[in-house]
Design a protein around this ligand. Structure first.
Ligand SMILES: *Cc1c(COP(=O)(O)O)cnc(C)c1O
Length: 376
């Protein structure tokens, strides 16, 4: 059994993928070919934002807007300690300081009440410039953007949505990554919408921001890439990856539905028998008005290690996202945080377990997983 099986999806659209790659080989515009612009337009329509800029990874999709906002030394950017390293890594790379804010125990996303308090603390201390917030839509579920945007507005901060795991998720009728001033997503193969290599995209309604990012993307280009007007990157999305993503995006809506059906089935069957299993399973929580794209189906159990071991012995893979919260990683030692600083994130790191979930997952495979957890 695989944790994420990408083969069934490939089998479904292999002829279209082959034809799309062949078209790129035939026209030969490997860099910034026509498929890049075509994909950007499709992504903008899908999410409902004005501007999309394809880029080389989800990591660069976070770095580009930080650079466009001119973030640097002396700035504080508020984010969650319960995420993948890239979120705080890109803040640090600009020279700014990541300021961590603990999460909501039900959604695993940044807690708006604690965010407000943390911003106020930084402003009162007066050592750093409070500049922006990067909420993460963890496991495919959007953070609480109504609350976050109101707080950001109160203090004059920008908000960059890290929707690397949540492309196409919905929040009160709107789609991720279109829920903040700028949104970032990743097309890493294992993400809900993945390509066959690295890729990412930036989303915004702000034309000036989009123009800056298009320049930063190609060595800070002005009129062309030999007319450099700012320090930038080489962060373009490959034409071949764009061509693959165009084909995958066509079936993505249907795949989100499959993901949701599988997740609902997990929740129904694990909750029903949860306590009898002895593992006291807590299923993921989705607030009213939200829809997750289920990048991960993550349960919680006080006996996580025993459960993981039992599954492993039955040949069922499971993953821990994330074993260590960001403030306890060696790379972040310099920030001076300690164990106990973010108790909800620390407790989550000790109890979460993600189960296999991907579109086209056969019912029999899912049953095998559920039976294994619930039978004791
Ligand atoms: C995967 C991920 C990233 C980085 O995306 P890449 O495409 O791998 O660079 C950033 N943030 C989060 C929350 C992620 O899950």
């Amino acid at each position: 059994m695989e944790f994420i099986d990408l083969k069934a999806q490939q089998d479904r659209i292999r002829p279209q993928i082959d034809a799309a790659i062949k078209r790129v080989l035939d026209h030969g515009q490997y860099i910034m070919g026509p498929e890049v612009g075509q994909l950007e337009q499709m992504l903008a329509e899908f999410v409902g934002v004005k501007q999309v800029i394809g880029c080389s990874s989800g990591t660069d999709a976070l770095l580009l807007p930080l650079m466009a906002y001119g973030v640097g030394p002396g700035d504080a950017i508020f984010t969650t300690p319960f995420t993948f390293f890239a979120t705080c890594e890109m803040i640090a790379l600009t020279g700014a300081i990541p300021v961590f804010v603990d999460i909501d125990p039900d959604t695993y996303n940044i807690d708006p009440i604690k965010l407000d308090a943390a911003i106020l603390r930084v402003i009162c201390e007066g050592k750093l410039n409070a500049r922006g917030v990067i909420p993460v839509d963890l496991y495919g579920l959007p953070a609480d953007y109504d609350a976050i945007m109101a707080i950001a507005e109160k203090y004059g901060l920008f908000v960059i949505e890290d929707a690397a795991q949540a492309f196409g998720a919905t929040y009160k009728g709107r789609k991720a990554p279109g829920l903040a001033h700028v949104g970032a997503t990743s097309f890493f193969p294992a993400k809900p919408l993945g390509c066959y290599g690295d890729g990412g995209a930036v989303f915004t309604d702000d034309d000036e921001m989009a123009e800056k990012i298009r320049s930063l993307l190609i060595h800070g280009k002005g009129l062309d890439k030999y007319d450099n007007v700012r320090i930038g990157l080489n962060a373009r999305l490959d034409t071949i990856q764009a061509a693959i993503l165009i084909e995958k995006l066509k079936i993505y809506e249907a795949e989100i539905e499959m993901r949701q059906q599988i997740a609902n089935r997990y929740t129904q069957r694990l909750v029903a028998k949860g306590d009898a299993s002895g593992f006291s399973i807590v299923s993921p929580f989705v607030p009213g008005g939200y829809d997750s794209v289920w990048a991960q189906y993550t349960i919680r159990s006080k006996r996580r290690e025993a459960l993981k071991c039992q599954l492993h012995q039955a040949g069922i893979p499971s993953m821990i996202y994330y074993m260590k919260p960001m403030h306890l990683l060696k790379a972040n030692n310099y920030l001076g945080y300690m164990n106990g600083d973010f108790p909800i994130s620390e407790d989550s790191a000790k109890t979460v377990l993600s189960l296999p979930l991907y579109p086209y997952m056969p019912k029999s495979v899912q049953d095998q997983i559920i039976d294994n957890i619930t039978q004791c």
